[in-house]
Design a protein around this ligand. Structure first.
Ligand SMILES: Nc1ncnc2c1ncn2[C@@H]1O[C@H](COP(=O)(O)OP(=O)(O)OP(=O)(O)O)[C@@H](O)[C@H]1O
Ligand SMILES: [Mg+2]
Length: 384
């Protein structure tokens, strides 16, 4: 398809004196550059051609005028008689609208919205057709992107619900059972203490069992905390971030320079949860993709905004790298930022690290977003 329009070869070329004057038609159609607008004679041959048509379909006026408009149709549609049916329907009803595939000069296909209108003389005699075609490629792309965004949100919500359920069960069910086991063991020890040498030997085993249970409870808490920021609920944003960053450093041996300053902000619980998960995802990405040995995390007020930066000194990302179909981390991050009316920018070049900068208006960070219950509404997206 041609992108450039050659003024010498474009514009309206009319081969029929009884169609509207070239000048008035040109003025009309040139005003709507995104549409292909042209006329057909009674048999379906192209009579004139505008710049929009040239840009969309790739033919210059002198290449296409006189040709039957079936050349814009796919072989299947031609075999099904679609071009003739369109003209017949327009002739019968005055106008017909359809959507389907169309073919450019270079053979590539695009989805199009097409309207064919019958043109009649003052005495009502059919003298040809006006055809308006809209290329839906960009519109469809945006719709697909929106669908993908919704899917990502849905997947994220489902994942969060599932993780919260697992965290709750780990805590409430397994945790309670381990606590009960510990109590039963303590009772057993009381009995054994009064029962001589064999019992004393058994007591050393029960001590080991106590220790094992304590270790298991600690692991369980750690796993549950990774699934749901219990620490956020119980301690608040700053200690939760300290825990997150400490855990990250311990696991991946990557130094983190953290500057978390939230004293002069009254960050809502929903926003705290979003911030926690954004930083969690950013750090997880550093561990997974960056090969960095240093990360900076900054969260602080900047006037009437709150600014969050996560920057690493790793290998960065090639700009040509397309996100994998299964990559939802950054999408989810954007979604969280979007929900808080914030803006997110990513800056990365190969070999020069990866920098995420997010700005939130303070007013949305400090109040509960609409549609969310005041406090512990979950929106969890853990990544470990
Ligand atoms: N710190 C980073 N350094 C280098 N590349 C990164 C970094 N963070 C993200 N990327 C690149 O951006 C891509 C998208 O990240 P995103 O978090 O959306 O998906 P993911 O981590 O691949 O998968 P997941 O859905 O599990 O998060 C990554 O696959 C990686 O190529
Ligand atoms: Mg990720």
């Amino acid at each position: 398809m041609k992108d450039e329009v050659d003024p010498a070869r474009s514009g309206i070329v009319s081969s029929r004196p009884h169609f509207p004057s070239d000048e008035s038609f040109r003025l009309l159609v040139e005003a709507v550059d995104d549409y292909a607008i042209y006329m057909l004679d009674m048999s379906g041959k192209v009579v004139n051609w505008n710049a929009g048509a040239q840009r969309m379909k790739g033919y210059y006026a002198d290449e296409i005028i006189g040709q039957h408009f079936r050349v814009f149709h796919t072989p299947e549609d031609i075999a099904a008689g679609q071009p003739d049916s369109l003209l017949a329907a327009a002739a019968a009803d005055g106008r017909v609208a359809s959507q389907g595939w169309r073919v450019r000069k270079d053979g590539s296909k695009f989805r199009a919205n097409v309207v064919v209108s019958a043109i009649r003389t003052a005495s009502g005699e059919l003298c040809g057709f006006a055809k308006v075609t809209q290329d839906l490629t960009e519109q469809n792309r945006l719709a697909e992107f929106e669908q993908l965004r919704r899917l990502a949100t849905h997947i994220q919500a489902t994942r969060e619900e599932e993780q919260i359920r697992i965290a709750r069960e780990l805590h409430d069910d397994l945790g309670q059972q381990l606590a009960a086991l510990k109590m039963a063991l303590a009772d057993l020890e009381t009995i054994l203490r009064d029962n001589g040498a064999i019992a004393a030997l058994t007591l050393t085993h029960t001590k080991d069992m106590h220790h094992l249970i304590d270790v298991t409870v600690a692991s369980l808490r750690r796993i549950a905390a990774g699934l749901r920021p219990i620490v956020l609920e119980t301690l608040g944003l700053v200690p939760a971030l300290e825990w997150l960053i400490g855990d990250f450093t311990q696991r991946y041996h990557i130094d983190v320079n953290a500057r978390i300053q939230t004293d002069d902000m009254n960050v809502s619980e929903a926003a705290s949860e979003a911030l926690f998960h954004i930083i969690q995802e950013a750090l997880t990405n550093v561990a997974r993709h960056a090969h960095a040995d240093e990360v900076t995390v900054e969260l602080a007020r900047g006037g009437r905004t709150c600014v969050l930066r996560v920057e690493d000194n790793g290998q960065g990302m090639a700009s040509a790298t397309l996100p994998r179909e299964t990559s939802f981390g950054l999408l989810g991050m954007r979604e969280r930022v979007h929900r808080l009316n914030g803006s997110l920018s990513i800056d990365s070049t190969p070999g020069c690290g990866f920098r995420i900068a997010i700005t939130f208006p303070l007013e949305t960070l400090e109040r509960v977003p609409p549609g969310r219950p005041g406090t512990s509404a979950p929106s969890v997206s853990p990544s470990y």
